[in-house]
Design a protein around this ligand. Structure first.
Ligand SMILES: Nc1ncnc2c1ncn2[C@@H]1O[C@H](COP(=O)(O)OP(=O)(O)OP(=O)(O)O)[C@@H](O)[C@H]1O
Length: 272
């Protein structure tokens, strides 16, 4: 019998480069099963890259990415297809198919991945739309929905196949405060009601800290720290404190490295 570890995802010594640039340098991250874990960090630190590595849209240059004990980069096509069936993803750009109705959008993964009869597909679609509070919108087209509703339909589509792991890439971006509150509640509710494990990638500190059981702060090719939200808020590490408290200047400087300001100003004078 397969022994499942307490961690659904484990990154072990993962290195990832973009050309000459190192994005992750021997990074270790473990995602506890059944919990909501947030990956936070400044813009460009590699949060989306992290999700793409788990989903095998990107390959690491070194290290292991274990999902349920399977090293994702080593899987063949069929095994990867099966592994992905257990992953639901809500990407920032996870747009709906604009020429398909809400019903057909949510039914889409069921049609691609299963041979379920039509009446069962309909029952599942109704159930998933009910879970996100949009059963009443089943017959609408995407252009009849608000931005927040679109994201909830995309969420219903992402959970259509009952994934074990839900990954959210910046779920709160571009949402008004009410839709944001709805999404925050939904992520937590779905995680607990459906027995999922959730990874939320975000730089919206307040919202994310309010639902995350555990947070990893990533930056400068490394994991800067990890812990429960309250532990990180009171961290002794100045880089983590700067991020958690949203301070504009600190160990991560406000100014991009530059020569002395006075030298630059004088250079201008000399040219004139
Ligand atoms: N296709 C690409 N080609 C080259 N570099 C890329 C590509 N995609 C991303 N990068 C770079 O890799 C780094 C990590 O990108 P990533 O999108 O993972 O960051 P992020 O933390 O999700 O950022 P944000 O919070 O702004 O979305 C960035 O510096 C980005 O410029």
């Amino acid at each position: 019998m397969t022994e499942f570890s307490d961690y659904i995802v484990e990154l072990q010594d993962v290195t990832f480069r973009r050309g000459d640039r190192i994005i992750f340098d021997r990074v270790n991250i473990r995602i506890p099963r059944g919990k909501v874990t947030a990956i936070m960090g400044p813009s460009g630190c590699g949060k989306t890259t992290f999700l793409r590595l788990i989903g095998a849209q990107l390959r690491p240059d070194g290290g292991k990415i274990l999902v349920n004990g399977q090293n994702i980069p080593e899987l063949g096509r069929d095994a990867l297809f099966r592994a992905r069936e257990h992953m639901g993803m809500l990407f920032q750009s996870g747009a709906l198919f604009t020429d398909l109705s809400v019903f057909e959008n949510v039914a889409f993964p069921l049609r691609v991945h299963t041979d379920l009869p039509e009446d069962m597909i309909r029952d599942i679609v109704l159930l998933k739309l009910q879970a996100v509070g949009l059963r009443g919108a089943i017959g609408l087209m995407p252009d009849e929905l608000s931005g927040g509703m679109k994201r909830r339909v995309a969420l219903a589509r992402a959970i259509a196949l009952d994934p074990q792991l839900m990954m959210y890439d910046e779920p709160f971006v571009g949402q008004d405060p009410i839709s944001m509150g709805v999404l925050v509640r939904l992520i937590r509710l779905l995680n607990d009601a459906l027995g999922l494990t959730s990874i939320v990638v975000s730089h919206d500190l307040t919202e994310t800290a309010s639902i995350a059981d555990y947070i990893y702060v990533v930056g400068d090719t490394q994991v800067l720290g990890h812990g429960r939200p309250d532990e990180l808020m009171n961290s002794d590490n100045p880089r983590i404190r700067q991020f958690m408290k949203g301070e504009p200047d600190g160990p991560v400087p406000f100014h991009f490295p530059a020569s002395r300001y006075m030298d630059d100003l004088l250079k201008g004078d000399r040219k004139a």
